[in-house]
Design a protein around this ligand. Structure first.
Ligand code: SF4
Length: 348
């Protein structure tokens, strides 16, 4: 018997009786997978049943008022998930005539559906070979294949999925995916894996190498580095100066932002702003006191943004333009600049 066949055989004989397994459809799979994000099986099970009584299918969910959906989510917390699910249901009704698609790209185009939920719907409801890798399954797969990559990284998760693909038994994709989930919940637990009772122990790489307790590897998140982002606040006749990011920029191409740059904390914002504005081609730059401050974070950086009022001489150089206050489109400015504009508005 192969690894996949052994897993499926064990699952069919040992599976827990859970409400979403009794009525497996794309809709019930979607609802249960969203509920199970950040919430335990014991908490989800009774609430899943009442939610399904209230909204038995995708059309009923799409037709419901948002407040009713949020009320039916009571006790599960993270109400953002309920709103996302209803938005997804509306999109299915509007764009797919009420039929949840099985195509990966179509699923990923739905609000609230990421790679994990798409794979779960495809494998569990449509019986397609697309093993869904959540934290639980990543742990099982890392041990089975003795993989010491960081399970928090997308690269490792893709590799684990690729490891699993060849083991999906013909015609048993759904049972295979559920078996991995079940193995992680019942035997291949985070701290005390019960390898002696495991149906696939003879195939397990970590058991053979003696690394069960060392896997999976989870690297601690990198510490965020503090940076100063100094920005020029250049007003002229009711307009504010913006720089347009290059159309081929890897990040936010074509977006508008206040002129400036990042640098280490410790630099003086007025000095940075003067240097940037002179670099853009303005003459006679004078800088004054800070007018707005905002904070935000992006991958591994903790950013303190400071906008400094500046007077400049001469017309706006190429790539820069003055835009009247009431014509600034908030959808076209970077998050950092939007926060600075909001901070300025709040204190003006
Ligand atoms: S043998 Fe142990 S570590 Fe390997 S899959 Fe089974 S329970 Fe997990």
């Amino acid at each position: 018997m192969t690894l996949g066949e052994r897993l499926v055989e064990w699952f069919l004989g040992s599976r827990r009786d859970l409400p979403w397994r009794r009525q497996r459809t794309p809709y019930t799979t979607w609802v249960s997978e969203v509920m199970l994000q950040q919430t335990t099986v014991d908490v989800v099970a009774p609430r899943f049943v009442t939610f399904l009584d209230r909204f038995p299918d995708i059309k009923a969910l799409a037709a419901a008022e948002e407040d009713d959906v949020v009320a039916a989510w009571s006790g599960l917390g993270y109400y953002r998930r309920a709103r996302g699910l209803r938005r997804g249901a509306l999109a299915v009704v509007e764009r797919f005539a009420g039929e949840i698609p099985s195509d990966e790209e179509a699923l990923l185009s739905l609000p609230g559906v990421g790679p994990y939920t798409a794979a779960a719907i495809r494998s569990l409801a449509f019986d397609l070979p697309a093993p869904a890798i959540d934290g639980n399954v990543a742990r099982v797969a890392a041990r089975l294949f003795d993989d010491d990559g960081d399970v928090g990284s997308a690269t490792t998760r893709r590799r684990l999925q690729a490891h699993l693909f060849p083991h999906v038994p013909e015609g048993c994709a759904a049972a295979f995916s559920e078996a991995l989930i079940e193995l992680g919940a019942l035997l291949c637990r985070p701290k005390d894996a019960d390898c002696s009772a495991c149906p696939v122990a003879e195939f397990c790489g970590a058991r053979a190498s003696g690394r069960v307790s060392q896997l999976p590897v989870k690297r601690p998140p990198k510490r965020a580095r503090p940076v100063l982002s100094a920005r020029g606040w250049v007003e002229r006749g009711g307009s504010l100066l913006f720089v347009e990011r290059p159309v081929d920029a890897s990040l936010l191409p074509g977006f508008l932002e206040l002129p400036g740059r990042w640098g280490p904390e410790g630099e003086e914002a007025p000095d940075v702003v003067r240097e940037v504005l002179e670099g853009l081609g303005f003459d006679g730059v004078c800088t004054y006191e800070p007018v707005a401050e905002a904070r935000h974070a992006i991958t591994h950086h903790r950013i303190r943004s400071v906008a400094v009022r500046a007077d400049v001489a001469g017309p706006a150089p190429r790539g820069c333009r003055f835009i009247p206050w009431d014509q600034v489109d908030p959808e076209r400015v970077t998050t950092e600049t939007r926060k600075l504009l909001q901070a300025r508005e709040a204190t003006a």
